[in-house]
Structures are given as C-alpha cells and as structure tokens.
Write a protein that binds this ligand. Structure first.
Ligand code: F0G
Length: 457
C-alpha cells in the first residue's frame, strides 16, 4: 500500500515562530506551568485543541464572501439548516456561537436540581453546564475504555449494563437524558459503535428517557464504524451518519471540530415544544433564531464544511495521521492509549511518569515537559481537569491521567508530526528528571483553564 497523502494542496501559509529551550523554560514559568496561559506565539506546534483550529478550504473562504448578513431570514442560515438536516434528519436546527452555548441552552431547560444526565463520558464544558444548572452528570464508560493500554475497536461505548442497573435502582423519572459523546473526547477520542448507540437508545425508549448525541466529531466516529463494525463496510459516511442520528431525539454540536469552523455550533432536535423553549432562550443569550450568535459568513462556511468532512479521502487521511503518530510512539515504547483515537494522541501520563503521584499532577508535568523540550503544546486530561476534593480537602483523582495531543484538521504536515514524535521520544528517554507540580491558585469551576501551579522541588 502506498503512503496516504494529504488530500489537499496548500494555498496560504502561516509562519511558525521558532524559539529555544531556555526561552521556553522561562515562558512556561511565567505561564505558571499552565499551557493555557502561554502566548500562542511562543508555541511551535500547537496541539492544545482540534477545536476552531482547522484550516478552511478555498470553498469555505469563497463561502465567507457569499455570507448574507441579514438579521433575519438569511439565505446563509437556510443553507446551514439544510446541511445539518441532511446529516441529522432533525426537524429544528438552532445555531449557536459554539458547542457550549447549545449545551447551556439545553441544560438550562432540561437540567436543574434533582435532575440527572448520563453519558459515556461528558466533556468538561458539558459537565460544567450540567452542574451549573444544579443537575448531576454521570459517566458510564464501558470497561474497555478504562484501560489505555488494551486495544478494543469501540472503547468509547457506554456501559449499558450500568445504565440498566442505575435505572432499576433509581427509576427514570429524574433522568433528563442520556447523551452519547461521539467520538468520546475525554475517553481518548475513541469511537462508539452503532450497536451500542442502538442498544442505549432501546433502553432509553423503554424508560421514556430522551436520547441525545454530542456530535462534535460525528464524521470521525462514522468512519470508525465503517472501518470496524460488521455490516457497514459498504455504507457511505452520510448513510452511517443518517442511521446514527435516526436513533436520537436531538444533538448538540460544536461546529469547531468536524465542520471545519473557526467558530460555531448548533442544537438540533425533533421536539417542537422544546425547540420553541430553546429558541426563546436563544434570543436572549445568542441572537435571533436564524443566526444565533454567528455571522452569516460563518453559517455559510459551516454549511460547506459539513459536506467536506464526509469525503472518504479526507477521513482516511485524518484517521491515518493520528494512527501514524501513535504507531511511532508505540514503536519507541512510549505509553500511549491504543488504538489511536479520531482526533488526538493520548499519552498515558501515569505510566509515562510512575514516579509522580496523582496529587502531583503527572499529566500536567508531562504537558510542561513537552512544551519546554520541543515547543509542543498539549493539554492535560487528568486530575487537574477532572479532580475533585473530598470533605477534608483531599484530592479525589481522575480515573485516567492523560495528555492529549489534538491534531488540528488540515493544518500540519507529516514532517510536523515526525518532529512531534521525536520530541516525545526524547522526553520519554529523559523522563526521570521530570518533577511534579502543586496548585497554588485555582477557580471553583473548570480550574484547568486558569490554575496557577508551581514545581515541587
Ligand atoms: N463536547 C465535546 C465532546 C467537546 O470536545 C467540546 C469541545 C464541546 C462539547 C464544547 O464545544 O468548545 O465549541 O464550546 N472541545 C474542545 C476540545 C474545546 O479542546 O476538546 P465548544
């Protein structure tokens, strides 16, 4: 088999600012050992997120000029609405400025004190919006998903036995919804199988629980279904997506991921009364229902992006580039989550830095080391992001200590990826010199964004 090449040529480029290790040591210290607090000019390869960082296509840039900025009834909205409906089949499409705005609206209405929302794994902003409404969020990830080093085809699946047991014990009246995250971002970008979606929906239907999809990376998930699940080899991505969404009552999506948008999101649903309530909230928070916090030009670019993401050559290249980096690391003995996920490589920081205990944030320590050594910015998905305190103020650590290296869509070439592998391997060889961290300042919610840390000497 020949090399799978990038299915695009490059028309416009952005410079990378080079700097050296001494400069970066100073920069990370000034950023209080939190990569969110770095200036991005000081980052050479930015793998902080795949969200809003895609390179748009020439067709999308042309769409920007076609954007109609009418306050109400813009044709750009109707093109966006159609693109969403062609994929999801949902009746009501509500644009928002990004994914969490859709979550905020949905959970303000369906959440609240005493309510429960269940997921395979909630993303951090999703959980925060649920908890902010007063509701509780529960993650029921399948057993395979808890073991980074053991490969399985669908490690993002929801544990349907746990869901059944929970409903048996607690009843279903207080459960606002089950929301399935595809692919499962916080669980390693791992896909969810169609069988698991079908089974989860059947349980929901039996107990009158609405079933939703957090659809940020739906196309990557559909590609995995096509490649790995029996019966889908000959189906197109759009056919698989149509089937997947046919099981759902609604979905939220951050269009900053699989729609190649630099900004944007939406809420789509079938329930007319709920859609009306959501639109009422939309008007006071985001904007009029035909733009909802976006410019007409954004809606136009997203409508085009939602079609481009379904192209087989794109998805093949996309998934292959993540697999390529994962394999290089595995070959060098670096502990990395397997199999490769859809949008990111996840380093297992617990196994990478066994000398750093969880209350000294090994994931964050590794994130800082990658930046210092090679100017690469990743993000900790571990106890800094998800840790809680017990009543005595002792850290309840996260189940997994991961460092996510999210690959922006259509942005970096193979030599950038080769460089990333070289830096990680060098850091791995020198791992015993990496020190743990302590928190010196934190906020009560989503603390990882702004926390200040210090080295433990
Ligand atoms: N759901 C999932 C699964 C996500 O990954 C994200 C964002 C959101 C919801 C919220 O969307 O950012 O548009 O408000 N994830 C980004 C990330 C930030 O880096 O993984 P948003």
């Amino acid at each position: 088999m020949k090399t799978i090449i990038e299915p695009f040529r490059i028309k416009s480029v952005e410079p990378i600012h080079f700097n050296d290790e001494a400069y970066r040591l100073d920069a990370i210290k000034k950023a209080h050992y939190n990569t969110f607090l770095l200036h991005s000019d000081d980052v050479m390869i930015d793998l902080l997120t795949d969200s809003g960082t895609s390179a748009m296509s020439s067709a999308q840039w042309a769409g920007i000029m076609m954007g109609d900025e009418s306050y109400a009834g813009s044709p750009s909205f109707y093109r966006f609405e159609k693109a969403v409906q062609d994929i999801t089949g949902m009746r009501f499409v509500i644009p928002t400025h990004q994914g969490r705005a859709a979550e905020k609206i949905l959970f303000s209405i369906t959440g609240g004190k005493g309510r429960t929302i269940i997921s395979n794994t909630l993303f951090d902003t999703t959980r925060a919006n649920i908890e902010f409404s007063g509701a509780e969020g529960l993650d029921f990830i399948c057993e395979e998903g808890k073991h980074p080093a053991i490969p399985a085809p669908f490690k993002g699946n929801l544990n349907t036995e746990a869901l059944k047991q929970y409903v048996e014990q607690h009843g279903s009246a207080q459960i606002s919804m089950v929301i399935m995250t595809v692919t499962n971002n916080s669980g390693g970008g791992q896909p969810v199988s169609m069988a698991n979606i079908r089974e989860t929906q059947a349980i929901c239907r039996q107990h009158n629980i609405p079933f939703y999809i957090d659809a940020c990376r739906f196309a990557e998930n559909c590609y995995f279904i096509q490649q790995r699940e029996t019966g889908y080899k000959d189906k197109s991505i759009i056919e698989i997506a149509n089937e997947m969404f046919s099981y759902a009552d609604g979905c939220t999506m951050s269009a900053k991921k699989d729609a190649f948008g630099n900004i944007g999101g939406f809420l789509a649903l079938n329930d007319e009364a709920l859609a009306t309530e959501c639109r009422n909230l939309l008007v006071i928070t985001e904007g009029f229902p035909t733009y909802g916090g976006l410019a007409g030009r954004d809606l136009e670019a997203l409508a085009i992006g939602l079609k481009e993401v379904l192209e087989p050559s794109y998805l093949q290249y996309r998934i292959r580039s993540i697999e390529y980096l994962t394999q290089k690391l595995l070959d060098a003995g670096v502990p990395v989550m397997v199999p490769a996920g859809g949008h990111a490589v996840y380093l297992d920081a617990k196994a990478f830095l066994p000398h750093i205990s969880q209350d000294q944030y090994p994931g964050q320590a590794l994130t800082c080391a990658l930046y210092t050594k090679g100017g690469i910015r990743g993000v900790e998905i571990g106890s800094l992001m998800f840790g809680k305190y017990d009543e005595n103020g002792v850290l309840i650590p996260a189940a997994l200590e991961l460092v996510r290296l999210a690959i922006p869509r259509r942005v970096y070439t193979q030599s950038h990826i080769d460089y990333v592998a070289e830096v990680i391997i060098e850091v791995f060889q020198d791992r015993t010199n990496i020190k743990g961290l302590k928190i010196v300042e934190e906020s009560p919610m989503l603390r990882h964004f702004t926390a200040k840390l210090a080295l433990i000497s």
